[in-house]
Design a protein. Structure first.
Length: 147
């Protein structure tokens, strides 16, 4: 969690014959907290049909480049947490702006096929993508010229 207290300061700058207002953001404080120890490792899988059926379909699938991507999401009462932090800041005498954000890392898990073709496509994808694009483009042009 990143908590940041800030305010804007106004200054004026001479622009030609008139003054122009300039607003600058001033960071009063910044606190970063690691809340990963407060995340319960319970899981609710949101997949239709069931997760077991989803995995079974993955196992049976003959695609040599198949993969499953799981995104972990933390569900908290974010509004309530913000109000509690804001209340604490106000009681401590801070009456400016407050922002609370929840940066995430390591929230995506990928399961990829162990097939050598799939590994090569992932490894050399930066080469294969343009070749694939050219092949598809030429293939479409060729089909269009047959008509």
């Amino acid at each position: 969690m990143k908590i940041q207290g800030w305010h804007k300061e106004k200054s004026q700058e001479l622009s030609g014959k008139s003054y122009k207002n300039i607003y600058t953001t001033v960071i009063d404080f910044e606190v970063t907290l690691d809340l990963s120890g407060y995340i319960l490792p319970t899981a609710e899988v949101l997949v239709s049909p069931s997760f077991d059926e989803y995995l079974e379909a993955y196992i049976v699938d003959g695609n040599k480049c198949k993969e499953i991507i799981l995104k972990k999401t933390v569900v908290w009462e974010y509004d309530l947490l913000y109000k509690l932090i804001l209340d604490l800041a106000r009681r401590r005498g801070f009456h400016y702006n407050l922002s609370v954000t929840y940066p995430q890392s390591n929230f995506i898990v990928k399961v990829m096929t162990d097939h050598s073709f799939g590994k090569n496509v992932r490894t050399y994808g930066f080469i294969a993508a343009p070749i694939s694009w050219l092949y598809k483009r030429n293939s479409i042009n060729y089909k269009a010229s047959l008509r």
